[in-house]
Write a protein that binds this ligand. Sequence first.
Ligand code: 5AD
Ligand code: SF4
Length: 466
Amino acid sequence: MMATRQTKTAGPAPEKGVFIRTYGCQMNVYDSERMADLLKPIGYRSVDAPEDADLVILNTCHIREKAAEKVYSELGRLKRMKSQRENDGEGMTIAVAGCVAQAEGAEISARAPVVDLVVGPQAYHRLPELLARQARERGEILDTDFAVEEKFDRLARRSADGPTAFVTIQEGCDKFCTFCVVPYTRGAEVSRPVSAIAGEARALAAQGVREITLLGQNVNAWAGDAPAGDPQGGRWGLGELCRFLAKIDGIDRIRFTTSHPRDMDDGLIAALGEEEKLMPYLHLPVQAGSDKILKAMNRGHTAEHYVKLIDRIRAARPDIAISGDFIVGFPGETTEDFNETLAVVEAVGYASAFSFKYSRRPGTPGAVMPKQVAENEKEARLAELQALLERQRSDFNAAQIGKVLPVLFEKAGRHEGQLIGRSPYLQSVHATAPKSMLGKIAPAKIRDVTPNALAGALISKDEDAA
Ligand code: 5AD
Ligand code: SF4
């Protein structure tokens, strides 16, 4: 029997289906949303499965080998789907976007000829044009050029989806940590101007967005000229930008990610201390705790510098929760070095964290360093680190019991009458609440914790919180 798809509608320009699968970081989530926005005017609507799509886009991640390999196995599945389609006399376009596209453009075409189109992270805005060309030529098109400013302009957000939204303010990275592909796949640091960011934030607020997360690979390296008419003028850093965005009516919460310890300047720390709309949650990766390894990683700071920095941030904002990223088994890491990572974790106390086994990325300095660590050793270290981080995470969650936290309600819960929202610390909170609370912030008393969420009960503003 022939497979049937119901993506076509009657009319002069038949509607097509696009399915976008996103791998990796929030930047990719943001890029995928923008790609869907860009494709709407040329007749593509989003569908929930590749089976229903005329165009499948894999928005890929190259940060670790596992992430990149997933793309090739997905391409294997899509290849079978595409040949079935072709047997049925129908077409299917397969595009690879994102960092794998940037890093392995030509290799993808060689390894997976099923791919029709390869588009790097700086060239999404040209997707409509590339698709049109592809339709004309039925050939293969590569586009991985860097043209960032233009991309920011063309990718300006069109529609909000719920009360929270990402806003890209910075792209790329100049730090060149020796394990990391980002400086190669995302290119040099580029900051988006204040006026464009504020314009997007205002448009989002007008559509009911209450919380924005400012995105950048190296977000606290953001810099820009003060807007015309600002009494002080001069150059702004992320702290000034956050204070400016906090003045927008309707925007009640501001977050930013991901920060680098070297760029946590005094202006940003002061803003964290003084601006209530900045959420008390900071993702500040340290990666490792041994100075020898930090040096080999080219992080540009020591473990002591990082721990003291956290102390300064906590002095400015005592309720701040810290999150981090860690890599175990970087070349040359001994058991003693690894124990120093555990010591930093003990000293800081993390509310949440991501931890990874070191993955050799071709083209990065780490890949060719001597003393690569054996896989089983990396696994043992990762298990030990994750056990400690998980203990800290559950202690942090348990410590919320009895507290009253403002919750921004985002969606319906699994049970009738229940809504799910987020605490200032990014924890999921579920509570019995009317649908009218969606998109609003209300205080909830935390009654219980489950492994992945907090259970809260709405309280009225004047109810005794004790
Ligand atoms: N191997 C393992 N983890 C890595 N990360 C980046 N590159 C690598 C790599 N080669 C991790 C870092 C970074 C996070 C986004 O991914 O911890 O902060
Ligand atoms: Fe990669 Fe380091 Fe830049 Fe982060 S700061 S994106 S880990 S090079």
